[in-house]
Design a protein around this ligand. Structure first.
Ligand SMILES: Cc1cc2nc3c(=O)[nH]c(=O)nc-3n(C[C@H](O)[C@H](O)[C@H](O)COP(=O)(O)OP(=O)(O)OC[C@H]3O[C@@H](n4cnc5c(N)ncnc54)[C@H](O)[C@@H]3O)c2cc1C
Length: 412
C-alpha cells in the first residue's frame, strides 16, 4: 500500500474490501486495480515537460507578435524540427523516433497552449503533410522530400478541400487524367494550410474509369501548379492558408502515391482517427491557456474592494472551466491510448475531438467573460484564444459530422 494515493484513508482503499464479496469478484477487483492507471510514464512526463518548457520559454513570449505579423512562424518551426517533433510519429529508420500518439498529443497540446498557429503548422507538417509520403512514397520521395521534411528543410501541405467539397469529399471535382508516363491534374483546391511556403502537396483527385479518390504528390516546381490567393481568416493569423489550382499539371507515374487508382479513401480513413485525436489535443492546449489567463486575471482584478475571484459567480466560472477541461483531457488521452494499444478507437476519437473542441470553445468564451473588457482588448491574449479555438471546431471534421459518425457507431 505504501506510496499509493489511497494509503491510510478509510473506506476507499482495496484493503477495506478484504473478506467482502465473492472470491471471483475480489480477483476481478485486483485485476482492475493493476490495469486502471492514469499516471503518465516517466518518458511521457519528460516529453510533456520538455514541450511545456518550450512553450513557456520560446512560444508564449512571441505568440502575440507572430500573430500580429501574420507570418509563418519559420524560426519556431525549425526549432521544433530540431527538437525532433516532426519525427515523433515516424520510425527510427526514416529519421523519426517512433513514439506513440499519446506522447505526440501531450507535446502538441503544450505547443497549442502557446500558439494555435504554430500548433496548426507543425501538426500539418508531422501528420497530414507528410503521412502519405511515408506510407506510400518510393525511395526517391522518401530521401528527397520526406526525410528533409522531418528535419524542417521542406514543407508539406495537403489538398483535399475544394470550393464545393468540404465535409463531403465525394464531391471532389479535381480530376487526374491518365496520359503517357503519368497523369494530368486539373482542378481547384481551397483552404490549404502552409500552401504559400510548401515544397510539396499531397493531392486528392478523382482518377480511373470509376472516378474515385486517388492520392498524388505534386512538387512546387511542377508546371501547372498555381498557389493562389491567401485567405484572410478570423484566427490562426500566423498560419497561412491559400487557394491552390492545378492547371493541367503533369505528374509522373512515380508521384501517384495511391497503389491503385481509387484507393485514396481507404488510405485517408486510416489517418482520420489520428487527426481527430490531435485536433482534440490542440483544443486542450488553447483551453488550458484561456483557463490559466482567467485564473491569473481573477486573482489580480479588484472590483468593489475585493479580487473578483472572491465572488462566487467568478468562482463558478473557473470551476466549470477547469472541470470541462479535465473531462476533455481524459477523453482525448483515452482515445489516444486506445489507438496506441491497437484497440478499436474510431468512435472514441470522434467523441474526443467533438468534446474537447466544443469544451475548448466554451472555456475560451468563459475566459473572455472573466476578463470582460480586457477579454475584448487586443493587448490581452484571450481575444486570440477566442478566435483561434474556432479552427479546432472545423479541421478534422465539424461537430455536426462527428455527431453523425458517433451516432452511426452507437447505433450499429
Ligand atoms: C484554418 C483552416 C485550415 C484548413 N486547412 C486545410 C488543409 O490544409 N487542407 C484541406 O484540404 N482543407 C483544409 N481546411 C478545410 C477544412 O477541412 C474544411 O473547412 C472542413 O472539411 C469543412 O468543410 P467546409 O468548411 O466546406 O464546410 P461544409 O462541409 O460546407 O459544412 C457547412 C456546415 O454544414 C454542416 N454539414 C455538412 N454536411 C452535413 C451533413 N451531412 N449533416 C449535417 N451537417 C452537415 C457542417 O457541419 C457545417 O456546419 C482548413 C480549414 C480551416 C478553417
Amino acid at each position: 500500500m505504501q506510496g499509493k494515493p489511497w494509503a491510510g484513508q478509510r473506506f476507499i482503499g482495496p484493503g477495506d474490501m478484504e473478506g467482502i464479496g465473492h472470491p471471483a469478484t475480489r480477483a476481478r477487483d485486483t485485476l482492475r486495480e493493476t490495469k486502471m492507471n492514469f499516471d503518465l510514464t516517466d518518458e511521457q512526463r519528460q516529453i510533456r515537460d520538455t514541450f511545456a518548457r518550450f512553450c513557456d520559454e520560446r512560444i508564449a513570449p512571441q505568440a502575440a507578435a507572430l500573430d500580429e505579423a501574420r507570418a509563418f512562424p519559420r524560426a519556431l518551426f525549425q526549432e521544433l524540427a530540431d527538437l525532433g517533433f516532426f519525427g515523433m510519429r515516424y520510425p527510427e529508420d526514416v529519421g523519426g523516433s517512433g513514439l506513440a500518439l499519446t506522447e505526440f498529443a501531450l507535446a502538441l497540446a503544450e505547443i497549442a497552449r502557446g500558439s494555435m498557429s504554430l500548433a496548426g503548422a507543425v501538426a500539418m507538417q508531422s501528420l497530414m503533410g507528410t503521412k502519405f509520403l511515408h506510407m506510400l512514397g518510393n525511395a526517391d520521395i522518401l530521401e528527397r522530400l520526406f526525410k528533409p521534411a522531418l528535419r524542417g528543410e521542406k514543407i508539406g501541405a495537403i489538398c483535399m478541400t475544394e470550393p464545393n467539397a468540404g465535409s463531403d469529399l465525394d464531391s471532389i471535382a479535381t480530376t487526374a487524367k491518365k496520359v503517357d508516363g503519368g497523369y494530368v491534374i486539373s482542378g481547384q483546391k481551397t483552404w490549404i494550410t502552409s500552401a504559400p511556403l510548401a515544397d510539396f502537396f499531397t493531392v486528392f483527385a478523382k482518377a480511373g474509369e470509376e472516378k474515385k479518390l486517388t492520392i498524388f504528390l505534386v512538387e512546387r516546381s511542377f508546371k501547372g501548379l498555381i498557389v493562389g490567393r491567401e485567405i484572410h481568416k478570423m484566427g490562426v493569423w500566423a498560419l497561412p492558408t491559400s487557394e491552390v489550382a492545378f492547371d493541367e499539371c503533369f505528374v509522373p507515374d512515380s508521384h501517384r502515391l495511391s497503389q491503385a487508382e481509387g484507393d485514396g479513401e481507404g488510405h485517408l480513413r486510416k489517418t482520420l482517427a489520428e487527426i481527430r485525436i490531435i485536433t482534440g489535443a490542440m483544443g486542450l492546449g488553447v483551453a488550458q491557456a484561456a483557463l490559466d489567463e482567467a485564473v491569473r486575471y481573477a486573482a489580480e482584478r479588484k472590483q468593489f474592494g475585493k479580487p473578483i475571484n472572491r465572488y462566487q459567480a467568478i468562482q463558478f466560472k473557473l470551476a466549470e472551466m477547469a472541470t470541462d477541461l479535465e473531462a476533455a483531457k481524459h477523453l482525448v488521452y483515452y482515445a489516444a491510448w486506445l489507438r496506441d494499444a491497437g484497440r478499436p478507437h474510431h468512435k472514441e476519437a470522434a467523441m474526443a475531438k467533438l468534446n474537447a473542441t466544443e469544451a475548448a470553445a466554451r472555456i475560451c468564451d468563459q475566459a473572455a467573460r472573466v476578463l470582460a473588457s480586457y477579454g475584448y482588448a487586443m493587448e490581452y491574449p484571450v481575444q486570440r484564444y477566442l478566435r483561434d479555438v474556432r479552427f479546432t471546431l472545423i479541421g478534422g471534421g465539424t461537430s455536426e459530422i462527428l455527431k453523425l459518425i458517433i451516432a452511426k457507431e452507437v447505433s450499429s
